[in-house]
Design a protein around this ligand. Structure first.
Ligand code: MG
Length: 425
């Protein structure tokens, strides 16, 4: 408020000094004053500086909060490759302190290429950078009074379609009937697309813990489970099947071919996503759409998969792959190859809404992941603050609030925090 007042005083003094004539002063002065009043009262962009970066860890996620010298802050989230990264967050925070946060792309690139070797970086480094980059977009939206999608160039859609991961993988040896029941349960909640994992390291029909050529009984199990789902939900519900990149090319191709009559929306990572040549071979030999990318970082990571037509659909994780700006670049790159963008998503509603802003901003968005336990488990409600509905009939309505539109709830998060790691300190 102090900065706003000083700006207002400066403008008023300037007007009084530069304009003579009472009528002109009152008309022009009031208009200018109204324009000043429309500015976000919490921030004076030119004088904004990052003062601190703090973080907390909850289960498999990192939550970052970036503070400034004005009454505005930003939140971001990263998942998966974040364990043990407290000191990396502090290091990146030190690089940001004193800088104006309103250039998310530039600051992220500065950190990405600013390490000792000066290279692009990957893995844990990029995952942590993702949370920080996201928080910078949140601040920027709040300061200019616009939702993040507006900063990304505007929106193609108001609602983001989600598919429901039924989390049946938490059950031991689920039967085809269990799959069918889980699918009907998700459809009963309003979802029009579902996902199931079929890889199962505990399958008693598996002969070898390290060799992932599926046995005939494993293949039968994987097929029967999804056939039961199709039978249960009928022809108009989309079905995704995930093999988590655990199988070899022999099994991956066999499953893709077997699933063809079930008309899947996609088969996800039948093999690891590291070798585009093998992906291309499987993709070319089946009519089942092949999808990959949750373990790939940065737009660079997707270049060969796309340029070699190795996959039909990409699924980057927007809380891991490099941030909101980078995810938009990945989606736009895919769009040049007419490939749909269908992000992986296991984050809280903060990450979900951050992802929604990216999904809204690109033409080729198809569908985003949602986990059924986010509808039911208290943790997901406790750790963030959001006053609207989360999913309704397989859609998330895009937030129109400045920034991401969802805040970290530090008090709600504290009871779930990873022990013996500083928590927003
Ligand atoms: Mg997956």
């Amino acid at each position: 408020m102090k900065n706003l007042n000083s700006r207002r005083n400066f403008l008023q003094k300037g007007l009084v000094a530069g304009i003579t004539g009472g009528a002109l002063l009152s008309t022009f002065g009031n208009g200018l004053q109204a324009a000043v009043d429309r500015q976000n009262p919490y921030s004076n962009p030119a004088d904004l500086k990052i003062t601190d970066v703090k973080c907390g860890f909850v289960r498999g996620a990192l939550y970052v909060k970036i503070y400034t010298n004005q009454d505005v802050w930003g939140c971001g989230e990263a998942v998966d490759a974040i364990h043990g990264t407290y000191h990396l967050v502090m290091r990146m925070g030190n690089q940001l302190r004193g800088q104006n946060p309103l250039n998310p792309n530039r600051l992220a690139e500065q950190i990405r290429k600013g390490a000792f070797f000066g290279g692009a970086q990957s893995g844990v480094f990029v995952a942590v950078l993702t949370a920080i980059e996201t928080a910078l977009w949140d601040i920027t939206g709040k300061v200019f009074g616009v939702p993040v999608y507006q900063l990304l160039g505007g929106k193609f859609r108001d609602k983001i379609r989600v598919y429901c991961d039924t989390a049946l993988y938490t059950s031991r040896n689920p039967s085809p009937q269990d799959y069918a029941d889980a699918a009907k349960g998700a459809v009963g909640r309003g979802y029009n697309a579902v996902k199931f994992d079929v890889d199962d390291g505990r399958d008693p029909n598996k002969y070898d813990r390290f060799n992932w050529t599926a046995s005939p009984a494993e293949i039968e199990r994987m097929y029967n489970a999804i056939a039961a789902v199709r039978e249960a939900v009928g022809p108009h519900i989309d079905i995704c099947v995930d093999m988590h990149g655990r199988y070899d090319a022999v099994t991956g191709l066999k499953m893709a071919k077997m699933y063809e009559p079930l008309n899947l929306m996609w088969l996800e990572e039948p093999i690891p996503a590291d070798n585009p040549e093998v992906y291309k071979s499987i993709t070319e030999q089946t009519t089942t759409p092949i999808c990959a990318g949750e373990n790939i970082y940065l737009a660079y990571g997707f270049t060969r998969l796309l340029s070699e037509s190795a996959v039909d659909i990409i699924m980057p994780d927007i809380q891991k792959a490099g941030g909101l700006g980078e995810a938009q670049r990945i989606a736009n790159l895919a769009n040049l190859y007419y490939v749909p963008f269908s992000p992986h998503m296991v984050a809280s509603f903060l990450g979900a809404m951050a992802s929604c802003h990216v999904c809204a901003s690109v033409p080729n968005f198809q569908v985003m992941e949602w986990q059924i336990y986010m509808d039911t488990d208290d943790l997901w409600k406790d750790i963030v603050t959001y006053d609207g509905p989360r999913t309704e009939n397989s859609f998330i309505t895009l937030s129109e609030k400045p920034g991401i539109g969802v805040e970290i709830n530090e008090e709600g998060m504290r009871k779930y925090a990873v022990k013996d790691v500083p928590f927003f300190e």
